[in-house]
Ligand binder design. Structure first.
Ligand code: AMP
Length: 504
């Protein structure tokens, strides 16, 4: 049983620069891991790696920093991972080498603390039970504790990612069968995981008992497909069968899917409501509800909670567009595009320094001059994180002649970091952690500011989703306790590493 790792597409010899070291130190300071990810898997298709490539393409919004695909031909795993976007990473030549009827893929997004190739996924290992590769979306809140324990027993970690803990637990389990090893591993970890494990001949997937992050099951002809979001199923022409349920493990082998519920205790579902508010693609259905329709509904509720007289409702594109439409429909104020978005710029949030973030807001959004003169605008966005975007945009709209700018946000104030897989900065950096709504309004230079209330958010979730949600970043109610000592990874600084050699 062997595993091969294809050489990285670019910069084969990667050294830790001073910035890398600084970012590792950041990770020590940070109160949580910084990860947002998308996972995809397919079992039983001759075109497995090509379809995974397409699937990752559709999930690119979930992670733009690194990506990877691992294919199994029944005997060995072949992997390719690289920093960068899916389209820039996988050419025909590379996909040609990823042979096999089963494959998994991953896209990853991080800011401080782990922006390096060795944290790219899927992560692979050779175990005495054969090769295994893992793609993980979510954050494990006790990864640090388990990691220290394993390191104390001689384990050597190749990355600073919490997901590697899972791989070690699978490799060290004394169980004979891979699914039992997998169950062994997930019963040790706490926090958020939507997880796909690839063995020689099977896909084994799970969602944590709270069901923080999404994971859908699809079918394409005889093949089984797993994906963070249904938009990837649509792209490859797979049908959406159902979601992996919270606490469920599915084992896909020889054209059959077996469902197990090994984790016992029912802890209640806590689906991350920020997936619906911002993170997921609007064309996806998450936990049984279309994201676009849900966002429109939030806009309607927002309009009822914070009405204002205005000439137009305009979104901050693209994140605010569905909520702005809902606001416009409910209020009767016409929907207009007051700003044009440059689509060749990635999300403003991703940039590591404030100077570049400021600059990118201007590159990304430009007001439609000549159309805004003397107008009263309701400007709708999904959330305010640091306030960088809105300060600039409100200023630009005024400079373009707007008479009044009323900002409306289709979520409550973001007052806390996410510990379960959405990349939010430390809470000190969150404008709503430090400032009241009135102060934020003043800082962003708006005429008025209205956030959706937490009650409005919860009522809408009850009505539309009919299931439990996690709104910890808005309410401070975190369903899984965070032990800050347990979440900081043990980092080893070393130089001159050929990443392709350390991947396994
Ligand atoms: P900021 O300029 O820091 O206030 O960021 C606000 C913008 O970032 C909004 O337009 C949101 O759509 C977007 N945003 C919110 N949360 C995230 C996140 N976790 N990752 C990336 N972008 C985000």
């Amino acid at each position: 049983m062997t595993q091969k790792c294809l050489p990285p597409a670019s910069s084969p010899l990667e050294r830790l620069s001073p910035e890398d070291v600084a970012s590792l130190e950041d990770a020590h300071r940070a109160d949580h891991f910084h990860d947002e990810c998308g996972v995809f898997g397919i079992h039983g298709d001759d075109e497995a790696s090509h379809l995974t490539y397409l699937g990752l393409y559709a999930l690119q919004h979930r992670g733009q920093e690194s990506c990877g695909i691992v294919a199994s031909n029944g005997k060995e795993h072949v992997a390719h991972r690289a920093m960068g976007l899916v389209a820039d990473t996988f050419g025909a030549e590379i996909l040609e080498q990823l042979k096999g009827r089963h494959a998994i893929g991953h896209v990853r997004y991080s800011t401080s603390g782990g922006s390096m190739l060795r944290n790219a996924q899927p992560i692979c290992a050779n175990t005495d039970g054969g090769p295994v590769s893992i793609a993980h979306n979510g954050n494990l809140v006790n990864a640090g504790v388990i990691r220290r324990e394993l390191e104390g027993r001689g384990a050597i970690f190749g990355s600073t990612s919490d997901s590697e803990v899972l791989l070690h637990l699978v490799a060290r389990s004394r169980e004979k069968h891979m699914e039992d090893r997998f169950i062994d591993a997930i019963s040790r970890v706490k926090g958020a995981y939507s997880l796909i494990l690839l063995t020689n001949d099977a896909l084994i997937a799970a969602r944590d008992p709270h069901g923080f992050r999404p994971l859908s099951i699809g079918r394409k002809d005889g093949a089984f497909v797993l994906s963070s979001e249904t938009c990837a199923l649509d792209l490859i022409g797979a049908t959406h069968e159902r979601d992996v349920e919270p606490g469920e493990v599915v084992v896909i082998r020889r054209g059959r899917l077996r469902s197990i519920r090994p984790l016992g205790r029912d802890v209640g579902e806590h689906f991350c409501i920020f997936e619906h508010i911002y993170f997921a693609r609007p064309d996806s259905d998450l936990v049984g509800r279309n994201v676009y329709a849900y966002r429109k509904e939030l806009g309607r509720v927002l309009s009822r909670e914070h009405p204002v007289k205005a000439d137009m409702v305009a979104p901050v594109l693209d994140s605010g567009s569905a909520a702005a439409l809902g606001y416009a429909e409910e209020s009767g104020i016409p929907y207009e595009t007051a700003l044009i978005r440059n689509h060749y710029v990635s999300r403003s949030f991703i940039e590591p320094t404030q100077t570049i973030r400021d600059f990118k807001v201007r590159v990304k959004h430009n007001p439609v001059r000549g159309f805004l003169d003397g107008k009263r605008i309701v400007l709708v966005d999904d959330s305010i994180v640091r306030g960088t975007t809105l300060v600039k945009i409100v200023g630009m709209l005024r400079a373009a002649g707007a008479r009044e700018v009323h900002v409306r946000i289709s979520s409550p104030p973001t007052i806390g970091s996410c510990h379960y897989g959405i990349d939010t900065p430390n809470r000190e950096e969150l404008i709503a952690y430090r400032h009241s709504v009135e102060e934020i309004c003043e800082r962003i230079g708006a005429d008025s500011l209205g956030y959706l209330s937490i009650e409005g958010l919860r009522r809408t979730a009850d009505k539309e989703l009919k299931r439990g949600i996690c709104d910890g970043c808005f309410s401070g109610d975190y369903p899984v306790e965070i032990d800050s000592t347990s979440t900081v990874p043990q980092l080893t600084l070393f130089r001159a590493v050929r990443e392709a050699d350390t991947g396994f």
